[in-house]
Each structure stands twice: as structure tokens, then as C-alpha cells.
Design a binder for this molecule. Structure first.
Ligand code: PFF
Length: 459
């Protein structure tokens, strides 16, 4: 059953760009990227990452944008319309999105928890940053705070979605510019700290001996996660675009903005970590426990820390809304469920899973079922979900999407849509055709298989 009569559209091109960039810019850029860039060798990783974005990221995004705008349908309906045998690719994407949302809302809740902590009780956070972080996760009892804040985060996400594209557009148009300004301010502050130059050197020094299979797979998974690819979200967003919008420039702008934010975040966090001599550490604790050490050590750290968590929260909510929108569009268009009912139902299920997720982390904390990464112990479950989505499901989604465009729907149809039936220029169309047909499926497929065969370590 399909229910697409009363579809809304984005009000303006800028609104779409900021919304798509809002989806892309998220916890992936600010919470994940700096830690991965640090762990995978700094400068060399940045180069590998930039190549992944420029060659694979942009073409997968273009593929998703063209599928979405061509059909004006959410992920599943769009693929079904182009070829009914391939609707499952969209279904895989919706499922991946749902899994990501389960932990995304939790981390969004952590950001809110820390905003409040920095305003009201920063001395306790700073007294023992790691203990504070684990305490929030339930190391010493019921993790009520984490659950409540994740709930608030989820409700806010659902509230914004309840206003459709207008809600998403309005939020992104306000929050994205604020996020940019805050981030640049924090980056300048960090890079001018005494001792920050060591961190800058680390981020700019290119030593390719640090690049191994794990680093390449990490860069690829990170690129997909960061650009919101491989799960049909960009298909759904582009389905709300009108024929007048230029998909070529939109792809370039969204990829550039997302990558700039990741780089800014890297150049905000790593120099500060070096300047303060805090062991960087990795995993979920990076943006919370490790950075507490950094904020504690710099003048005005309480205020700067609070701004940072606002930033993280803005980034998270503009992304969580996009994932939830993808799931709601699926239930509405494919199952004929009323948008409001779909939203309430999904929110309840996400809340229950979220509580179980938080409690399982608390349980593992209590039982000590952790893994150790770079000296930091971390509960396994969160890592497992991240591993499953970033290492497997997102690359798989992107693989099937490019295979579909390259070999089933056909790159010429995609290019036709990208240029708005010849209305706008697409100088790189021949390169796009070649990459989407050959490079993307082969490179993504090879990296997925290598990851499975060699069982690359979590980084
Ligand atoms: N791109 C977001 C981030 O970097 O945090 C996460 C994300 C949003 C992934 C939407 C996938 C998605 F569909």
C-alpha cells in the first residue's frame, strides 16, 4: 500500500541543504571522528578519509539523491518504483536506521545530561571524570538520569518530526549556523592553547605506515555514517525536493559542509588533548570523560564545556530527526499507517529498547563485562551495535545502492535526474558513471569482505 498523496516539500533550497547537512553533521563528526582520527594515525587517516568522501561518499550521496527525487518516495517505495525486485534495499536501510537510533538517542541524552552537569555540578564531573561518566551509565546503581535524558531527547526528536519537513527545516536553519559558529570559536580556542602545536603537528603529519586495513575500513564506515549514507535517509530527504533543485551542487555542498565540521571537530579536540596532556582514549568515553579532563585544564573550561555539549546536542538532534523521519516515512507510505500513530508507536518502541540498552550497559558495568581499548574499559554492547552498523550494515546498504544504480536502474537515468533532465550542468557525469558502476561496488565490496575475513579489530 502506498500513501504519498499528501507529501510535503522543503520550503527552499537552503532549507534542504541545511536539513541534509543537519542530518549528516552529528555525533559522527564531533563524538566519533576526532577519536578515530587520533587512533588511526592523524594526518594519514585524514587523507584516506578525504579520499573516501570525495570518491565514494559523494557518488553514493548522488545515487541516493537521484533515487529519492526521481520517485518522490521514501527509501522502500522509491526502490520499488524503480524496480520492484529491489525494494528490500530500502528495507535494509530503514532497519539499519532503526538500530542506529537505538543508541543515538542514548548518546543524545548523555549530551543533555552533561549540559546540565556543567551548569549545575561541574566540580563533581571534574573530581573524577571517568567515574562520573560510568556512574551516569549505572556503574553504581539505577541509571535514572541517563534514561530520563534519553527520553527527553527522544520526545524532542519526535516533536520536531511531528511538524513534518517544516519542523526539520526550521530547526536546521536555526541550529546549523549556530553550530558552525560555536565550533569555529572552540577550534580557535583550542588551537591557541599553549602546547596545542603538538596536536596540530599530529593531525598534519602524514605517515602512511599507520594506514592498515582497519584504518581503511574505519574511514569508509565513518564516511558513510557521517554522511548519513547507506540507510536511505538521503533518499527520503531528496524525495521532498522539487524538480527545480540542483542535485549536483547540493551533493557537493552537503559533503563539503559535513567534512568541514568533522575536520573542525578534529582540530578542536586533538590540539586540546595534546595541550592538556590528557590520554586521548577512545570509544564512547572520549567525548565525555576524556574531554572533562581537557575542559578542567583550560581557563573558562566550565563555560566552554557547556557550549561544547550544546554543540553536541544540536548536532545530535538534527541527525536523529532525519533517521526517525526515514522510519516514519516507511511506515506511513508502505504500511499505510498514519504519521502521528507511526511516530508515537516508534517512539514507544525506541524508548523501551533504549531503556534496555542503558540497563544492559549498567548491568555490564556492574558485572565488569567490558572490553579494553587503548587503556579505557568500555561496555561491549554499545560497541557491538556500532560495529554492526558502521562496519557492516551501512557499507552493505551503500554497496547495494550503488550496485542498483550502476547495474539495474542505470547510471544514465541517475545522471538524467541529477541534471534535472538537462537543466543544470554536471561536468563530472562521466566520472560519476564510472565510479558508481565499477569503483563503488568493487571497493565497498572488497572492504566489507576484507573486514569479515580478517576480522579487523574495533578501533
Ligand atoms: N550522520 C550522522 C552523524 O554523523 O552523526 C548520523 C546519521 C544520521 C547516520 C542519519 C545515518 C543517518 F541516516
Amino acid at each position: 500500500m502506498s500513501n504519498t498523496e499528501n507529501r510535503t516539500e522543503f520550503g527552499s533550497t537552503l532549507g534542504f541543504i541545511l536539513s541534509a547537512a543537519g542530518s549528516a553533521v552529528g555525533l559522527g563528526n564531533i563524538w566519533k571522528f576526532p577519536g578515530k582520527a587520533y587512533a588511526c594515525g592523524g594526518g594519514a587517516f585524514l587523507i584516506v578519509y578525504l579520499i573516501m568522501v570525495a570518491v565514494i561518499g559523494t557518488t553514493v550521496m548522488m545515487a541516493e539523491f537521484t533515487i529519492g527525487r526521481k520517485t518522490h518516495k521514501g527509501a522502500v517505495g522509491a526502490l520499488r518504483e524503480l524496480n520492484s525486485k529491489f525494494a528490500w534495499i530500502g528495507g535494509l536501510g530503514v532497519l539499519t536506521g532503526f538500530i542506529i537510533l537505538c543508541y543515538y538517542c542514548q548518546v543524545g541524552g548523555w549530551a543533555m545530561y552533561y549540559i546540565v552537569a556543567y551548569i549545575t555540578d561541574v566540580q563533581t564531573v571534574w573530581a573524577d571524570p571517568m567515574a562520573y561518566f560510568l556512574n551516569m551509565l549505572g556503574a553504581n546503581g539505577f541509571p535514572l538520569g541517563a534514561i530520563v535524558w534519553a527520553f527527553v531527547f527522544l520526545i524532542l526528536t519526535a516533536f520536531i518530526i511531528s511538524h513534518g519537513t517544516a519542523g526539520i527545516e526550521k530547526m536546521s536553519t536555526i541550529l546549523m549556523p549556530v553550530l558552525f559558529v560555536l565550533l569555529i570559536g572552540l577550534m580557535i580556542r583550542s588551537c591557541t592553547l599553549p602546547g596545542a602545536d603538538e596536536g596540530l603537528k599530529y593531525m598534519l603529519h602524514v605517515d602512511f605506515s599507520t594506514i592498515n586495513g582497519t584504518a581503511i575500513l574505519t574511514a569508509l564506515g565513518q564516511a558513510f555514517f557521517s554522511l548519513s549514507l547507506g540507510m536511505g535517509v538521503m533518499i527520503t530527504y531528496a524525495s521532498y525536493l522539487s524538480r527545480e533543485d540542483n542535485l549536483v551542487s547540493n551533493t557537493a555542498i552537503v559533503c563539503t559542509l559535513d567534512t568541514l565540521v568533522a575536520l573542525f571537530a578534529g582540530f578542536m579536540i586533538i590540539p586540546a588533548v595534546f595541550a592538556t596532556g590528557i590520554a586521548p582514549g577512545m570509544g564512547g568515553a572520549f567525548g565525555f570523560a576524556t574531554l572533562a579532563g581537557v575542559f578542567m585544564a583550560i581557563p573558562g573550561g566550565q563555560f566552554i564545556g557547556m557550549i561544547f555539549y550544546f554543540l553536541l546536542f544540536f548536532a545530535a538532534i538534527t541527525s536523529s530527526t532525519s533517521i526517525l523521519e526515514g522510519c516514519v516515512a516507511f511506515l506511513n507510505e508502505e504500511k499505510g499507517i498514519d504519521r502521528k500513530k507511526a511516530l508515537v508507536g516508534l517512539s514507544v518502541i525506541l524508548f523501551i529498547i533504549g531503556v534496555l540498552y542503558t540497563l544492559s550497559q549498567a548491568f555490564m558495568n556492574l558485572k565488569g563485562i567490558w572490553i579494553s581499548r587503548n587503556g579505557i574499559e568500555f561496555p561491549i554492547f554499545g560497541d557491538f551495535l556500532e560495529y554492526l552498523t558502521d562496519r557492516l550494515l551501512l557499507p552493505l546498504g551503500a554497496f547495494f545502492t550503488t550496485f542498483f544504480v550502476g547495474w539495474i536502474w542505470g547510471p544514465d537515468n541517475s545522471i538524467q535526474e541529477a541534471t534535472g533532465e538537462g537543466r543544470n550542468k554536471f561536468a563530472l557525469a562521466p566520472a560519476y558513471k564510472f565510479i558508481v558502476k565499477f569503483i563503488d561496488p568493487i571497493a565497498i565490496g572488497a572492504i566489507i569482505i576484507a573486514g569479515m575475513v580478517f576480522g579487523m579489530a574495533i578501533s
